[in-house]
Design a binder for this molecule. Structure first.
Ligand code: URA
Ligand code: CA
Length: 434
């Protein structure tokens, strides 16, 4: 088999065989096929697309390029949730204990944040003592015992994806549905979940800015998941503005606690109930979405979800006093309000730019090596559609530096206020099932 022929075939719009896909994925992972040939093939895929069979095969080949996590020693159907990324997305912190509280085993592998989106592990590390350095056996034992545990990503998961993603990044081939879908799904499948709920974001702060593109990505991922034997569905949700009110690590832990107490922001609570109900049904812990939602709602109201959060934090070394005394979370020295310059309705809160402002405060990593400040971030007091009077605070900046002028300027530019009434954006656009 020759890489040249594979490139030519895809260039001319033909479908690649399983053997051809395996040949190029294995050859590239081993370093036998050079970057320039794979670059050419990626560009051909970008223009010619892949059919559903090819998409499933490339995903499988990437899964098999490295370690695969075996969760078979955990009783029950393991359901994972994956978000395509957004700003202030606190859902994992809430969903993990919430669905565990109704008996769904949550064996969560998470990452750290890069750029303006936060990582679940960074957020959890804002709880004093909490750590994710547990070995595979401890991880499995904890899930069997407590129904929930979170571990950092293992070293050699989907090496083919790591190499390909790096190459796509410098060859203008990131933005391709078959390549994005296979990249995301390969990581989820290698992490061992039996079933997968995808939260595909759309809007200004999302990877897929347009609803039709988010839908195409959701359909591609759902098709791949089901083709390779994992029950997969997707929810398409709004990321035109940040989710919930808090953006920043400790601030989002606080927000998660409030939500688990039943006092969270409406959008965050609703998204958690939507995604959580799907997880509960896929795990066979309820017959219908309505029954699942009632169970979750009950556990938010009766304290069981919050209790599960305490058990989870404690089992991984975390100080559970943060739950009843959120003041014991890391606190920023300066709290600066951003007053509205005019009266009217909030028309835009550009999620990307708010994320960047939080990163400027130190809440996110500019590069992989940056250290982050767990205490800092932004708390919104107004969301799109809310009315505001001139001088009323739009948000509070939590900073450890007295100098916040540049951040304030950035924030003013990312929030717009109009005289006309504005409707709050739709939160859940669609669901995609097999
Ligand atoms: N996230 C991924 O993991 N892969 C992509 O290709 C795009 C976003
Ligand atoms: Ca949030």
């Amino acid at each position: 088999m020759r890489m040249y022929d594979i490139i030519e075939k895809k260039r001319d719009g033909q479908a690649l065989t399983t053997e051809e896909i395996n040949y190029f994925i294995n050859g590239y992972t081993n370093g036998e096929i050079p970057d320039y040939q794979v670059s050419a093939l990626l560009m051909a895929i970008y223009f010619q697309d892949m059919n559903n069979e090819e998409r499933a095969q490339i995903t499988k080949a990437m899964v098999e390029s490295g370690d695969q996590i075996d969760l078979s020693d955990i009783a029950g159907i393991k359901v994972d949730k994956h978000s395509t990324g957004g700003v202030g997305d606190t859902t994992t912190l809430i969903l993990a204990p919430l669905v565990a509280s109704v008996g769904v085993p949550v064996a969560k592998m998470s990452g750290r944040g890069l750029g303006h989106t936060g990582g679940t592990i960074d957020k959890l590390e804002a709880v004093p003592g909490f750590h994710v350095e547990i070995n595979n056996n401890e991880f499995i034992d904890l899930v069997n015992k407590n129904k929930v545990a979170v571990v950092g990503q293992s070293g050699n998961l989907t090496p083919a994806d790591k190499k390909l993603y790096g190459l796509r990044d410098v060859t203008a081939t990131v933005n391709s549905i078959p390549l994005i879908a296979s990249s995301i799904m390969s990581k989820k499948i290698a992490s061992g979940a039996d079933a997968i709920v995808l939260d595909v974001k759309t809007g200004a702060g999302a990877f897929m800015k347009e609803l039709k593109d988010a839908k195409a990505l959701a359909e591609a991922m759902v098709t791949i998941g089901n083709k390779v034997g994992r029950n997969t569905m997707a929810v398409i949700s709004d990321m035109s503005q940040p989710l919930g009110n808090a953006i920043g690590n400790a601030l989002e832990v606080h927000e998660a606690i409030q939500t688990l107490q039943g006092n969270g922001p409406d959008d965050l609570t609703e998204l958690c109930l939507t995604l959580g109900s799907q997880m509960v049904v896929l795990a066979n812990k309820a017959e219908t979405l309505e029954e699942a939602r009632l169970k979750l709602q009950d556990n938010l109201n009766n304290g069981k979800a919050l209790e599960q959060f305490k058990v989870f934090l404690k089992s991984q070394g975390g100080d559970t006093t943060v739950v009843d005394h959120p003041d014991s979370l890391p606190q920023a020295t300066y709290k600066v309000e951003l007053p509205a310059k005019t009266s009217g309705s909030v028309a835009n809160i550009i999620a990307d730019d708010i994320g960047t402002a939080a990163m400027m405060l130190g809440a996110g990593r500019a590069t992989k090596e940056s250290t982050i400040d767990l205490a800092v971030g932004i708390v919104l007091h107004k969301k799109i559609g809310d009315t505001v009077d001139a001088g009323e605070p739009l948000l509070t900046i939590h900073s450890n530096s007295e100098e916040v002028e540049e951040v304030k300027e950035k924030l003013y530019k990312s929030i717009s206020i109009t005289k006309e009434a504005v409707e709050a954006p739709t939160l859940i656009y669609d669901t995609v099932t097999k």
